[in-house]
Design a binder for this molecule. Structure first.
Ligand SMILES: Cc1cc2nc3c(=O)[nH]c(=O)nc-3n(C[C@H](O)[C@H](O)[C@H](O)COP(=O)(O)OP(=O)(O)OC[C@H]3O[C@@H](n4cnc5c(N)ncnc54)[C@H](O)[C@@H]3O)c2cc1C
Length: 457
């Protein structure tokens, strides 16, 4: 019997892995990861995630070795590399976890044309196309969709990892992880990516560390200075733990904190639900008329965009968020909403520019979650609030007590009190050495509303 191939993608784990369990039950297995920078085109894995991928692949290889196997690495177009491995080993059967991003769907089609591809559900609480209304139709709005998803919960119990994975008689050649140079060196801009442990062990360590905070999650999750959220998003994106294992780890609890946490896992599912139905959701507005909104373009907009990416807008909360992202590869959800709203509404810059920046700098960059959230904040999404709802960074800073958060990322104003930080938003010459605001809050609001009125005509 030729070996079967287990094609790892965004499922870099050995526990609760239906495809791995199925492959291991069939005999010898070749576990394979292909770094495909061509198939996804502009959605190729971004800079920050390459750093994560390096650690996650090393951890997966170590786990496989403990089970008598190893991870084979290849680089190139997924379908072509799989065809080569099949040719080298005589294998014609491939197991993989189902992915819903358009480039994976395209690759699946190509692979299935040349070999037997067996796809397994595994990275979501439910396959997105399985959550439908009474008439079998799909949902595009979160609330009814989540209600329906809950009817299907709890999910099936997670699967144990195989104790042993049979190795093939001969291993095909593998590339080496160090040759891929996924981590930046010159300069090493990832020095601030501390506190993360990519890989399955790190995922469960982070989950266990967070569990005691679950009860207060609802009350604290919007306050970036409070330890409240799980920071599991990169682990979930890379499939190092599954949402259903997380669901069961929370047990029978249904207090407001845990219910709220589960509903956030639901937002992740909804993002992929949207992308599964609208593969271009990362590129095109869900509400068609936004295709003609008069975004700012040209040198002045470019300069404002650069100031936003560097955290030099003159709005302390926005600057703290953008600097947190650059330094740590992550940003608190409430602050993501503020910086995204600021880019789109205060600066009138096309949401897709911000989305791409996030794609390159976030450790958790994920097409479903990123596109859905950008479109939601921008007001362009299928279930987004109306564009004219404009977030005030000033009120957000005050309401969610962001003084400590700002002080930790914006040293120029670290000597200011909470009230002074709130007052410094959008104020000219507020503090020596801190940038003047790109635009005042009221002027920005008036400009955005005027553009919105133009679109409505
Ligand atoms: C403009 C913008 C862009 C975003 N881009 C991404 C992205 O590329 N990848 C990504 O994973 N999340 C994205 N988010 C959602 C959210 O900010 C992160 O999932 C969250 O901050 C991750 O931190 P956590 O793991 O501590 O979350 P927790 O609060 O602990 O939540 C648990 C999990 O639920 C999911 N989740 C929580 N909030 C959301 C949400 N609003 N939308 C979707 N899933 C959610 C995540 O998987 C998260 O790990 C974005 C939000 C905004 C406003």
């Amino acid at each position: 019997m030729p070996p079967t191939i287990l094609w790892f993608r965004q499922d870099l784990r050995v526990s609760d892995h239906p495809a791995l369990v199925a492959a291991a039950a069939e005999g010898a297995v070749i576990p394979l990861y292909i770094l495909d920078d061509e198939g996804p085109g502009r959605w190729a894995i971004g800079g920050a995630q390459r750093w994560w991928l390096d650690g996650s692949l090393a951890a997966l290889d170590a786990s496989l070795r403990k089970r008598g196997s190893r991870l084979l690495l290849r680089r190139g177009r997924a379908a072509e590399e799989l065809a080569k491995i099949c040719g080298e080993t005589g294998s014609n059967r491939i197991h993989a976890t189902r992915c819903y991003e358009p480039w994976w769907k395209a690759a699946d089609k190509q692979v299935a044309g040349a070999a037997e591809l067996v796809l397994h559900d595994g990275n979501y609480l439910a396959a997105p196309d399985s959550v439908t209304n009474a008439g079998g139709g799909r949902y595009s709005v979160y609330t009814p969709w989540y209600r329906k998803l809950l009817e299907r919960m709890p999910p099936a119990l997670p699967l144990a990892p195989p104790d042993h994975i049979e190795a093939p008689e001969q291993w095909p050649a593998s590339e080496s992880l160090s040759d891929w140079a996924l981590k930046p060196t010159n300069p090493d801009w990832a020095q601030g990516f501390t506190g993360w442990q990519p890989g399955e062990k790190g995922a469960w360590r982070a989950a266990r560390d967070w569990m005691p905070l679950a009860g207060d999650y609802k009350a604290n999750r919007d306050f970036p200075s409070r330890p409240a959220t799980s920071r599991l998003s990169p682990h979930l994106h890379f499939g190092e733990l599954t949402p259903r294992a997380l669901w069961h780890a929370l047990g029978e609890r249904d207090d407001p904190g845990v219910a709220c946490y589960r509903s956030e896992l639901g937002w992740r599912e909804h993002g992929i639900n949207l992308v599964d139905q609208m593969p271009g959701y990362g590129d095109w507005p869900g509400r068609e008329r936004f295709g003609t909104l008069a975004w700012r373009y040209g040198p002045e907009a470019d300069s404002d965009f650069a100031a936003w990416t560097r955290g030099r807008t003159g709005y302390p909360v926005v600057d703290a968020g953008m600097r947190e992202l650059w330094q740590t590869g992550w940003m608190h959800n409430r602050v993501r909403m503020i910086v995204a709203s600021f880019l789109v509404k205060h600066l009138l810059i096309d949401w897709r520019r911000g989305e791409r920046w996030f794609w390159d700098t976030l450790l958790d960059a994920d097409l479903g979650s990123n596109a859905m959230n950008w479109q939601y904040v921008a007001g362009t999404g299928v279930d987004a609030p109306v564009f004219s709802r404009i977030m005030s960074p000033i009120l957000q800073c005050e309401r969610f007590a962001m003084g400590d958060y700002v002080r930790s990322f914006v040293p120029e104003i670290a000597h200011l009190s909470d009230a002074e930080i709130v007052a410094a938003h959008g104020q000219d010459a507020a503090v020596a050495g801190y940038p003047a605001p790109l635009i005042g809050h009221q002027a920005a609001r008036a400009r955005a509303l005027a553009v919105w009125e133009g679109l409505r005509d």
